[in-house]
Design a protein around this ligand. Structure first.
Ligand code: SAH
Length: 213
């Protein structure tokens, strides 16, 4: 297992992840703890894997890439939308203690909390609900990461982002190429968006499906 995990970290580095903090976090989190029994044999493949209910655990390189783009500093408050398996959540917990997650499906949120507890994490703040709405009572967030694709950044999330904060999210429709997008809010609350790498995420369900721009 140690060899497979080392190989995975090597692949992630070879694909361009440079942040020492992110690489350390990726080393600390055992992906095998976040996949269902039938996926344990391939847990350290750098590929997305099915976790049931039509959902996937993200590709480790993409988890590392989005974490690097977020540039989380210790002590910052981070919101993750689409917590799914809890894998990205665990990587974020290695970067700052203040992580909040919103997941739509109870069938995924329950095991995620269990996996995170078994992996030794404490203060696991995961809420069941539509992540389109964010998590108002803990706002503002220094960083927001969305791990399901929508056609536009949900306005409630933009509102809950701290001035000087940053959001990383895949933008694009079901049959379109999605792009990882870095949205920043400057000190005066002005928003700018930068489109980066093409990616493929499952669609954001719930309210994101109703509003088409
Ligand atoms: N972050 C996960 C990736 C999960 S895949 C990981 O580390 O592996 C995307 C997740 O988004 C799924 O669990 C799906 O149930 C969830 N999701 C989809 N639409 C959502 C919404 N509107 N609000 C919250 N979660 C949502």
């Amino acid at each position: 297992m140690a060899t497979e995990k080392n190989n995975l970290i090597r692949q992630i580095r070879a694909k361009g992840i440079k942040s020492g903090r992110v690489l350390d976090a990726m080393r600390k989190v055992d992906r095998i703890s976040f996949v269902p029994q039938e996926q344990k044999a391939v847990a350290y493949a750098d590929a997305p894997l099915p976790i049931g209910f039509g959902q996937t655990i993200s590709q480790p390189y993409i988890v590392a890439l989005m974490s690097e783009m977020l540039n989380v500093r210790h002590g910052e408050k981070v919101l993750e939308i689409g917590t799914g398996s809890g894998y990205q959540f665990a990587v974020l917990k290695e970067l700052t203690p203040h992580v909040y997650g919103v997941e739509l499906k109870k069938e995924l949120a329950d095991p995620a909390v269990k996996y995170l507890r078994n992996a030794g994490y404490r203060d696991i703040n995961i809420k069941l609900g539509d992540g389109y709405e964010g998590w108002e009572e803990h706002a503002p967030f220094d960083k927001i990461i969305v791990t399901a694709a929508a056609v536009h950044a949900p306005p409630p999330l933009i509102k809950q982002l701290e001035c000087g904060g940053r959001m990383v999210l895949p933008l694009g429709g079901r049959d379109e190429v999605q792009y990882l997008t870095v949205l920043t809010k400057d000190g005066r609350g002005r928003i700018s968006e930068e489109k980066t790498d093409p990616v493929r995420f499952v669609p954001m369900l719930g309210r994101a499906q109703e509003k088409k721009k």
